[in-house]
Ligand binder design. Sequence first.
Ligand code: SF4
Ligand code: SF4
Length: 353
Amino acid sequence: MDKYYRLNKPECREFIAGLASKYKVVAPIKKGEKNYVFSEISSPDEIARGYIPTIIPPKKYFFPKRETLIEYDIRAQRQRAIMEYEKLIIFGVRTCDLAGIQCLNMVFSERPRDVNYLIRKNKLIIIGMECWDYCDEHAICGLMDNHQPKGGYDLFFSDMGDFHLIHVNTLVGEEIINSVGVFSPADEKDLEKLEKFREKKRKTFKSSMGISHQQLKDIFADAEDAKVWEDLGERCLSCGNCTTVCPTCYCFDVIDEINLDFKTGERFRIWDSCQNEDFAKVAGGESFREERKGRQMHRYMRKFKYPLKKYSRYFCTGCGRCSRACMADIRIKETIQEVIKEKGLSNEKAGIS
Ligand code: SF4
Ligand code: SF4
């Protein structure tokens, strides 16, 4: 049976301070006017209130932007695999980002498994935090069905007004609860209150885009020739911001760098982007996606079409980061709306016979 605990608000400070005294804890903090970042905290006062998705999602902690894989010495014919990790608590992960982590887990668990990712991920403790309303006009988590918690955390906090209700999802989560004596078991009334909050939430998060989660796949099934890609191709600057901030984008490049002694060196991987001009370039200088419109189309298909075949889920969490980060004002909501307008909802797509 699911285990729930209660934590009164004044004791929440004690809980966070206790965690920060034992572990490295990272949480969303305010950065400038409207931006938030996951950063190490030493006091609960540093955690931002009412934060929206951080600039970079928590993926930076288990899939770092740049990571050494091997160090080698050519003369000695020696190489050493590098695996760096640390025990870390990520506090305040929203449901959209939990979904993003689940996507990356699927990708990096495929054979051959990505050991660096999996070991590092295993060392992390994830504490989720529920939202009760859309972050802003860019979020489409309702359409993507990622507004409700669906696992992927050790503990999950729901703010119930004067207390937090905490769902325990793993043994590690249970150990944390037991190690800090500030929690009390939740009772029936607490759970009824949670259900009432969730009922209200279901109404708040109704998709405003005129299509359902399931219909999205039909809309994108044959969207390769949609005209919207032309328009996006003309506006896109190929900066790669949208993929850098995306919680489900995981493309990387592997580079060998030799030191000035010409004997030793390292192999590292670094985030790459399908929006970069060189991304699909192969030997001989040919590129599979020379034009920006093709790269834009590819990005959307990698969210709403291709992963369905391989992973049976969309690879968009609905976090809205790509829209917030785009300097050319390319908005995911508008793009989807354009595709709907063009491809329409035929009776078949709408499920009407
Ligand atoms: S952030 Fe905007 S301009 Fe930059 S690559 Fe993505 S879509 Fe193009
Ligand atoms: S495509 Fe945009 S909205 Fe979807 S998960 Fe990536 S950044 Fe978030």
